[in-house]
Every structure is written in structure tokens, then in C-alpha cells.
Design a protein around this ligand. Structure first.
Ligand code: AMP
Ligand code: ZN
Length: 111
């Protein structure tokens, strides 16, 4: 499949991995918007939040279950962090494989 994040999951395109298990991969964003900025993707191709359903929800649950641990590992759990999902063109989604941005290491003042 011609999907950038599927290629990162398969290893065809390199990434700096932060965490990986059978459900998800977390890697450094190539264009960080905060001192710490990782992208978390499910290890199955889900195009966007619009495609989340009862069958693939387990991947989303696995991601959210891991977010607090990743924040601890990245040392910003206590100060707090931001999780972002961009959906579709109006949402600013540029890679059509569901992903969550986990950003920390600064105080976000904008919405
Ligand atoms: P979005 O705009 O929500 O679709 O987010 C896509 C994100 O993927 C952006 O923050 C990009 O900087 C990031 N990105 C694109 N290509 C790569 C790559 N090869 N490795 C790591 N992050 C990437
Ligand atoms: Zn994909």
C-alpha cells in the first residue's frame, strides 16, 4: 500500500522509534512542533478518525493506554502535554493513516 506511515511501520522508510509493540508504533516527528514531538500510529491502516469503528477501536485504545507511559518515559507527564489528531483536509491531516501527535516540553498557550 502506498502509505507513508505503513512504510514506516514495515521499515521500508526509516524512522527514529520511541516505542513499538504489536498494536502501535511511536516515532519522532520529522518536523517537531515542540521540544518533544512524537507521532503514534496504529499498526493497521486506518485512514483517519472517520474510519474508527468497533472492530479497529482496539488499536485506538492501545494507543491511549500507552500515552501516559510514553509521557512518563519522555519526562513530561508531570508538567503535562498535548495530544492532537488531525482529521481530513479541514483538520489539517497530511498523512492519510490515523495518527496522534504527542507533544510536550513546553507550555502551549494557543488553542
Ligand atoms: P498530520 O499533518 O496531522 O497529518 O501529521 C503528519 C505528521 O507526520 C507531520 O507532523 C509530519 O512532520 C510528520 N511526518 C511526515 N513524514 C514523516 C517522516 N518520514 N518521519 C517522521 N514524521 C513524519
Ligand atoms: Zn497506512
Amino acid at each position: 500500500m502506498d502509505c507513508l506511515f505503513c512504510k514506516i511501520i514495515s521499515g521500508e522508510i526509516p524512522s527514529t522509534k520511541v516505542y513499538e509493540d504489536d498494536m502501535l508504533l511511536a516515532f519522532l516527528d520529522i518536523n517537531p512542533q515542540a521540544p518533544k514531538h512524537i507521532v503514534i500510529v496504529p499498526k493497521t491502516h486506518i485512514q483517519s478518525a472517520n474510519e474508527i469503528n468497533g472492530t479497529n477501536l482496539k488499536y485506538v485504545a492501545a494507543i491511549w493506554e500507552k500515552i501516559p507511559q510514553l509521557a512518563k518515559d519522555l519526562s513530561f507527564a508531570e508538567n503535562g502535554y498535548r495530544v492532537i489528531n488531525n482529521c481530513g483536509s479541514d483538520g489539517g491531516q497530511t498523512v492519510p493513516h490515523l495518527h496522534f501527535h504527542l507533544l510536550g516540553g513546553k507550555q502551549f498557550t494557543d488553542f
